[in-house]
Design a protein around this ligand. Structure first.
Ligand SMILES: [Zn+2]
Ligand SMILES: [Zn+2]
Length: 284
């Protein structure tokens, strides 16, 4: 499959590919635009909703055509959602939010779990080996939110890792400045797709941010990211809803703690086997 490999290190005098939006008007006229939320958590990591409730919510309350369940360092929720896909009017992309040692990286269109705590370059290579796409999540998020799970991804930005997209809008509260910086960085750098993701840990946040893309299917979304035919979109938070969501941060923190404890209690042999997972190329 052809790939537009790009570096996101700053370059001079180059018109950002992301600024070319003629495709957007054409796609709009043709009714060929889809909406994707590629950053959603469930109870399998630190989210508060079950996969079934998430799937029902997306069907009943949103106009999303593609979603991805991206639990922290786990694919159980994504696999569960994929298994239910046929009963719902939208598509599910298998994914994971990998906590690399240099920032959080969304691995999409992958089939096997990728272990955390590896350098960003290694993580991106592991995602690519499975034919997947690597998206840097919430770069520039403030360090004060790190205990709630929002790791600042600036180290990943400067690591030399080559990302397919940058999440320039993340709907978690208190990220106004971080989102502006991420969008500015992506524009200044050029040649990287810009996407939006809700990072929903509760149902009310699903689709609060999303990616508008050329096409309507999961396959279209893959191609749209590679061709930079995506736009990061978001819906304004109602103040009361935003405060309610911010109030759930302690629950997220507790869920993270419980999940970490469960992972530590898992058999060392199993944990070791997962952590030695070597990047493998997916059979075509
Ligand atoms: Zn994250
Ligand atoms: Zn997340």
């Amino acid at each position: 499959m052809g790939r537009l490999s790009v570096k996101i290190t700053p370059r001079k005098a180059r018109r950002p590919a992301t600024a070319r939006t003629g495709w957007l008007e054409r796609a709009h006229e043709q009714g060929n635009l889809g909406r994707a939320d590629m950053h959603i958590h469930t109870k399998h990591s630190d989210g508060t909703a079950s996969v079934k409730k998430l799937m029902d919510y997306v069907r009943d309350e949103t106009d999303l055509s593609v979603i991805s369940v991206t639990d922290h360092n786990k694919m159980d929720g994504a696999i569960e959602a994929k298994a239910m896909e046929r009963s719902y009017p939208f598509e599910v992309v298998l994914g994971e939010e990998v906590e690399s040692s240099e920032g959080h990286i969304l691995g999409l269109y992958i089939e096997e779990r990728i272990p955390p705590e590896r350098p960003a370059k290694w993580t991106v290579a592991a995602i690519r080996e499975q034919g997947g796409l690597a998206i840097l999540a919430h770069p520039f998020s403030p360090d004060t939110l790190s205990k709630s799970g929002l790791c600042n991804g600036f180290e990943a930005l400067t690591s030399g890792a080559v990302f397919d997209a940058i999440e320039v809008y993340n709907s978690m509260p208190l990220l106004v400045r971080a989102n502006l910086l991420a969008r500015h960085y992506a524009f200044a750098t050029g040649d990287v797709a810009m996407v939006g993701g809700s990072d929903a840990h509760a149902l009310r946040a699903v689709a609060q941010a999303y990616t508008l893309f050329e096409g309507t299917s999961a396959t279209d979304l893959y191609q749209a990211i590679l061709r930079h035919r995506t736009c990061a979109m978001h819906r304004p938070w109602v103040l009361g809803e935003s405060l309610k969501y911010a109030a759930s941060y302690p629950f997220m923190r507790r869920n993270r703690w419980l999940n970490k404890r469960a992972a530590q209690a898992a058999t060392p042999a199993a944990a070791g086997a997962a952590d030695t997972l070597a990047p493998r190329r997916r059979a075509k």
